[in-house]
Ligand binder design. Structure first.
Ligand code: HEC
Length: 195
């Protein structure tokens, strides 16, 4: 009797396990068809913007403007100061690119202070102009670089604070001196490999 019960038990466990495996397979298929490249880019952008805002608010603004214990300056190494938010952004994106050669993100502009932040591909140039014309819509485009196909997304970067405008307008390396408050100063470019 015990032997029969054990056999029936093992059989039932087997059926349940089979269903779990099939169910699991279906779920991951659903997940794959659900996460489109533009949804992935949107999600990555949310994380990037959240990190940038947290650094600007909780580190730079708190310690520089409220507590006045340290400065944030471009030559942070020599000055023993905090990195500017755009430099913190670049530091993160360079590390990410080191760890994953295909996926990349960057803060670019048609009028960059740092020449490394200028548009390098036609899709980047088109995207930076598109987010100036339509700031509330992300720009999406597929592009081929070398032999690889990529999905490229661009999101508007707005000069939300007077400090953005004054610093860029007064910076010696800035090709533009007439930014105005609320203007689109550049864009976050996210590139996802498709094959
Ligand atoms: C104290 C000066 C300063 C302030 C304030 C500042 N920036 Fe910048 N920004 C820089 C510097 C310097 C760079 C170049 C960083 C690098 O080496 O990549 C830069 C880079 C950028 C870039 C990439 C293109 C470029 O110019 O190289 C964008 C876009 C940008 N900043 C937008 C903003 C916005 C939006 C704000 C406000 C929320 C802001 N910046 C505030 C100095 C500043």
């Amino acid at each position: 009797m015990k032997v029969i019960l054990a056999a029936v038990g093992a059989f039932l466990v087997g059926i349940v396990a089979t269903f779990l495996v099939i169910g699991g397979g279906n779920n991951s298929e659903t997940a794959q068809s659900f996460i489109t490249p533009n949804k992935m880019a949107d999600a990555v952008h949310v994380v990037i913007e959240a990190d940038r805002t947290a650094y600007s608010k909780n580190i730079v603004n708190r310690l520089v403007n409220e507590e006045k214990v340290i400065k944030a300056t471009e030559h942070w190494k020599e000055d023993k100061s905090l990195l500017l938010p755009a430099q913190m952004f670049r530091a993160g994106s360079e590390l990410a690119q080191k760890n994953s050669s295909d996926f990349s993100y960057a803060l670019l502009s048609l009028w960059p202070i740092n020449k490394q932040n200028k548009a390098k591909t036609p899709a980047e140039r088109e995207g930076l102009q598109a987010v100036i014309d339509h700031p509330n819509e992300p720009f999406y485009k597929e592009e081929t670089l070398g032999k690889k196909r990529y999905f490229t997304a661009v999101y508007a970067d707005v000069g939300v604070a007077p400090a953005c405008i004054t610093c860029h307008n007064e910076h010696k390396d800035s090709p533009r001196k007439d930014f105005e408050l609320g203007e689109i100063m550049g864009g976050v470019v996210i590139r996802i490999p498709l094959n």
